[in-house]
Write a protein that binds this ligand. Structure first.
Ligand code: DQA
Length: 154
């Protein structure tokens, strides 16, 4: 089946987690919560089943690996949910890769990046994103995922 004639059941969403998110549950739990990344991915897998879409979750501490996955999404995925973590505030390359895909992107942050240190307020991604969810904890991933699927299904 070609991309043009895909129906909504063929949607595949790529979920990307940036550096240090593998430490969720152990890393500053007062800010990021007690749940683990496996909990986040399991919750998203459930949501994907409910919404009848395919999901692929990937975490890396390496900018280049994240960029490789973004490039691989071209022609394969219908949209991207990403928590770029610390790279949010620094990575032109991540921004460029996301732009290259021409896919809708939802940016998610567990903490409210506008209510912390000044440097976290700036995002390289927000102005090219379909939407941004920040400060709602792990549930933000689900909201972002559902919002993206809703957008794609019109
Ligand atoms: C984060 C916020 C970033 O500023 C930080 O570097 C992270 C996690 C969040 O989910 O709240 O690693 O993206």
């Amino acid at each position: 089946m070609s991309d043009q004639v895909r129906d909504s059941r063929d949607l595949r969403i790529l979920v990307l987690h940036g550096p240090n998110l593998n430490l969720l549950g152990r890393r500053e739990p007062g800010i990021y919560g007690a749940g683990t990344l496996a909990d986040v991915d399991a919750e998203l897998a459930l949501a994907a089943k409910e919404l009848d879409v395919e999901i692929e979750c990937f975490q890396s501490n390496h900018e280049g690996e994240l960029i490789d996955r973004i490039q691989q999404a071209m022609g394969r995925a219908a949209g991207i949910v990403i928590n770029p973590a610390g790279l949010t505030h620094t990575s032109v390359s991540l921004r460029d890769a996301l732009l290259a895909t021409e896919l809708p992107v939802v940016e998610v942050h567990l903490s409210n990046i506008h209510a912390r240190e000044d440097f976290r307020r700036a995002s390289m991604i927000s102005d090219i994103a379909l939407g941004v969810i920040t400060g709602l904890g792990a549930r933000g991933y689900r909201y972002g995922f559902e919002g993206l699927v809703g957008y794609l299904r019109g």
